[in-house]
Design a protein around this ligand. Sequence first.
Ligand code: DQQ
Length: 471
Amino acid sequence: MRLPLVLLMLMSTISCAEVNAVNANPDLDRPIYHYMPPKNWMNDPKPFFHKGEYHIFHQYNPHDAVWGPMHWGHAVSTDLVRWKRLPIALAPTPDSPDKDGCWTGCVVEKDGLFHILYTGVDPQTQCLATSRDLITWEKHKGNPVIAAPPEGFGDCWRDPCAWKEGGDWYAIIGSEKRDVGGAALLYRSKDLIHWDYMHPLFIGDKSRDGAMFECPDFFPLGGKHVLITSCGRTFWNIGRYVDHKFVCEKSGLTDGGQFYAAKTLIDDEKRRILWGWLQEPRSPEEMRAAGWSGALSLPRVLSLRADGTLGMAPPPELKALRGKHYPSRSVAAGEAVSLIDDIRGGALEITARIKVDGFGRAGLVLRATPDLSEGLYLWVDAKEKLLSAAGGRLPDPSVRREQIAFDPSDGAEIELRIYLDHSVLEVFADGRACLTARHYTKRADADRVGLFAVGGSAKCIIEAWEMKGIW
Ligand code: DQQ
């Protein structure tokens, strides 16, 4: 059953007045085309697709702009671009297994009923809630459905990810094998209520992908299987799924920057789409002063590349947000930053095709002030074989550097698809590496775009669009 929007707004903790107040807020750092709750804290998206609707559930603290007692916020989109905020789906229940928070999990449909499997705290246990309409959720009376971790694994075990296979349901739960690495523990069930522990689907290596797995996600892609895990950063692992075990063949980072706890859905076009939590490298005081923290990344359409690595691309739907067009032009970049006259703004999509000759460093500066005393630098370094972003000044914009391995190979043209949304920068490099950075400013004139090249020369073809807000 569908509820009218007005009714949803009334049921929600979010009022129209609050939404309007947010729209009128002149905050220079607040994104306008990335989904966020109107105020306070969000993290960890949990995507779910049903009958033409993209649902994003997410961790949400409705009381404060810092992490706290976790609720499940909820939003829906029919076009992957514009989101409608929906009422809170789950809130902690006093004197229950989730009294201290409803942590991350997943949403599945079984026999026409929707189920959320999630982690209740504290202690960490796995709980179930059901719904007929994805809006109103009822917690299972017998929670928790999985009360304790198996022997040999730590008490930190959370964030179930479930799927149907044959006639059975399977779920992995993120865990840790002390002194070894993260673990994805595999369970099986007939009814989503009674679960039997089987064995680890996969155990990682703590020197490579961290001591514990948070928010695991597991799915088929292009004839292989992908296991996404998060520990400090979010990793992809591609391999084979054999006898209910995952055999990893290749791994890498989904993003080198402020992007975490990524999870996916599959839509009716059979696209596997990934979203992550855009983190906020700000102090609690700064987050409280802003009144908000965290955003949903743009959707990333996944593919298996010919070299066996993970491909990530922005979906074509994002073009609906394009406004004023800055036509394609060729610019030669030199040691000094050259600001481009006409391309300006806090919300831009930019396509930059760069050819780096010699072992140089070449890139763009965004959110630059006219005097270049501030700016967010994004560059490819052919010698370091890195794609990096950092706020500050040239030649060493090193205040906080985000980076990811990226080999431009000498003389080749690379394509950077850049999405700037005030404090958010998301970059897709050649469809094979992604980088997210956050950059804050107090200057309204920090809206310029420029190009530079150091230690070599660079030719750049650049095209841009202003981006419209989604609210
Ligand atoms: N965030 C949740 C946990 C998860 C972590 C708590 C990852 O369930 O492991 O807010 O960001």
